[in-house]
Design a protein around this ligand. Structure first.
Ligand code: 5GP
Ligand code: ZN
Length: 134
């Protein structure tokens, strides 16, 4: 897509700190460096989000993300890694070209946090299951 910033990075039209590239995917450092080594993996073919991307390119992107995660963990001496993708504004997506965030994790004060809070008092498990299965 001509006005997509990630397509432009994939096409080398604008610079990026590229860590890996093959025929289908590219991995580069995220500008924000949420944690040290925060990396984005994208397919070269434009797709809006995880909901639209074809599953072949999705699989290829995840394979690269796994390799990047292991490489970053080793090189930066990280203790863990989060791999996440946002789809839609409400989910935090700001760039509409599918990307996987590979976020090395170091310790509890490493400036990135995901909270899976227990909301089962509000969202009744049986009711939710019934709605989805209907
Ligand atoms: P999202 O919020 O869509 O899940 O993630 C978009 C990410 O892209 C953000 O973490 C942001 O820092 C990163 N980003 C936005 N523009 C650029 C850019 O031009 N170059 C790089 N390397 N990262 C970018
Ligand atoms: Zn694009």
């Amino acid at each position: 897509m001509s006005n997509c910033i990630f397509c432009k990075i994939a096409n080398h039209e604008i610079p990026g700190k590229i860590l890996y590239e093959d025929n289908d995917c590219i991995a580069f450092l995220d500008l924000s460096q949420t944690t040290k080594g925060h990396t984005l993996v994208i397919p070269k073919a434009h797709a809006k989000s995880v909901l639209e991307i074809d599953q072949d390119n999705l699989a290829k992107s995840f394979k690269v993300a796994q390799n990047m995660a292991n490489m970053l963990k080793t090189k930066l001496n990280a203790n863990g890694v989060n791999i996440i993708t946002n789809s839609g504004i409400i989910a935090g997506q700001t760039i509409e070209h599918f990307h996987l965030h590979v976020i090395p994790r170091f310790d509890e004060n490493d400036t990135f946090e995901i909270n899976f809070t227990d909301n089962s008092q509000i969202c009744n498990l049986d009711e939710v299951f019934k709605i989805i299965k209907e």
